[in-house]
Write a protein that binds this ligand. Structure first.
Ligand code: ZN
Length: 468
């Protein structure tokens, strides 16, 4: 039986839930936390009562909804032309080359470095969209969870929450049942996939900082029959688990889907499967107006990765129309060309500004742009991984950030302007403390972990990229 842990702290100011569904800025706030869950929030305490108050501002930490940890290993190393016109698809070939010899220990070293960087950036949980399953030969490891173990161990060692999303990957395109050579480490039969999920479930059982969902790589990589069989399996083995899928990231993918099924990817998803609040559709970049309304109404989260989508030349997500239809969005760092939640949020808004010739596009009459983006992505990030996080409210996890109120980037800002400046003023980072699952992340320990991790990461980096 685990011992009960109780924590309490008082703080100058915080964004807290004051009634169901309403978050407000409050001063002199006391948080009571039991076993990592917020059990009570008192605010407007008389200032002479709070002698131990932290000078700072508490906001929820944010879920990184979409990660392929191994891709951190070559992030930033494909910024040159390999063909007269480089694209997502030429980048994908480089990714296949990088991944071809990666060992489980390499995967651990990369994930540990990445997850430390995520904690430093202010992320609370990572949705690990895990499709690197097989050995370099393409055969299964004797231990089916060999590669999944590496990312689970990395998350546990650094203290970030992880929603492991083992991915089903079966074919290289709509009109084949085979994978190509570059995809040999990703492919699993349906039976092997279910075994992997069962084994992962055993590994994370009882761990409050880990959860398990299901994932399909994409419509091009998985048949409809396989999706339906997996949804059937889910009912009996993993009821209510979240489901993630990449969809409509690239224009070519839309054209291929249209040619194979007569429908665009998001429309195909909506018409073929019971898409609801438990689904997270990653990217959803290319949607027509019917698809925007359909996906909004389904309650699914659109998992956006603005810096990766820009880096890969995917296109711009129709965020204004989607949020206007009541759609839900979250953010992820995907290929990890940036591990910076403020940059993801900033580029989400900047994409809209650049194509629309307007400012403050995603703000509302009630909420400033920064506040709207932050609260929406924090809360929907929790929905996307099925964890009560992303809001400072009773019953939610104590996953939070403390901003230094005297940091020049946010000093003297009031209420929502704090988040506007946190996101849109890129002049140093005002995060001064982090709490994950009710435990403070000690800055000294984080710095030391980063120092040690860096040595192993750089050694590995040299092995893979010497001379490049
Ligand atoms: Zn992805």
């Amino acid at each position: 039986m685990n011992q009960q842990t109780e924590t309490e702290f008082e703080i100058e100011s915080a964004l807290v839930e004051t009634s169901p569904g309403t978050e407000e800025w409050k001063d002199n706030v006391r948080f009571s936390i039991t076993n990592g869950i917020i059990t009570q929030i008192d605010y407007d305490l008389p200032s002479n009562e709070s002698t131990k108050s932290i000078d700072g501002i508490a906001i929820p930490a944010i879920v990184n909804t979409h990660s392929h940890a191994f891709q951190r290993g070559f992030a930033g190393m494909s910024e040159y032309r390999t063909e007269s016109q480089d694209s997502f698809w030429t980048w994908r070939d480089l990714m296949y080359k990088f991944v071809s010899d990666l060992t489980p220990e390499d995967a651990y070293v990369i994930a540990r470095q990445l997850y430390l960087e995520m904690i430093e950036a202010g992320y609370s949980w990572v949705g690990e969209f895990h499709y690197l399953h097989n050995s370099p030969s393409g055969k299964a490891y004797a231990n089916a969870t060999e590669m999944a173990d590496a990312v689970l161990r990395a998350a546990r060692d650094v203290g970030i929450g992880i929603c492991l999303l083992p991915v089903l990957y079966q074919r290289s395109g709509f009109n084949t049942n085979e994978t190509n050579h570059g995809q040999r480490r990703f492919a699993l039969s349906l039976d092997d996939y279910f075994k992997l999920v069962d084994n992962c479930n055993e590994k994370i059982k009882g761990n409050p900082d880990a959860s398990l969902g299901l994932a399909f790589h994409s419509l091009r990589a998985v048949s409809s029959d396989a999706v339906n069989e997996t949804l059937h399996y889910r009912q009996s083995h993993l009821a209510n688990s979240n489901i993630h899928i990449h969809a409509a990231e690239q224009q070519l993918e839309v054209e291929d889907c249209l040619a194979a099924t007569g429908k665009r990817p998001i429309q195909f998803l909506l018409d073929s499967f019971p898409i609801d609040e438990s689904w997270c559709v990653i990217h959803a970049t290319h949607m027509n107006s019917d698809e925007i309304i359909g996906l909004s109404n389904s309650g699914a989260v659109a998992g956006l990765c603005p810096t990766t989508e820009a880096n890969l030349g995917d296109g711009v997500f129709p965020a204004s129309q989607f949020l206007g239809s009541g759609g839900r969005i979250s953010i992820g760092s995907d290929s990890h060309c940036s591990i910076n939640l403020r940059e993801e949020l900033r580029w989400l808004e900047y994409g809209q500004r650049l194509i629309g010739g307007q400012r403050a596009v995603l703000g509302t009459p009630e909420l400033s742009t920064g506040r709207k983006l932050y609260s929406e992505c924090a809360l929907s990030g929790g929905q996307a991984i099925g964890i009560k996080t992303g809001k400072l409210a009773v019953g939610y996890r104590a996953d939070l950030l403390i901003l230094a109120s005297d940091h020049p980037a946010i000093s003297n800002a009031s209420k929502d302007r704090i988040l506007d400046r946190f996101i849109f003023l890129n002049a140093g980072c005002p995060i001064q403390q982090r709490m994950l699952g009710g435990k403070w992340i000690e800055q000294n320990k984080l710095t030391e972990q980063l120092r040690c991790s860096k040595i192993a990461f750089n050694r590995l980096n040299q092995t893979y990229f010497q001379g490049s």
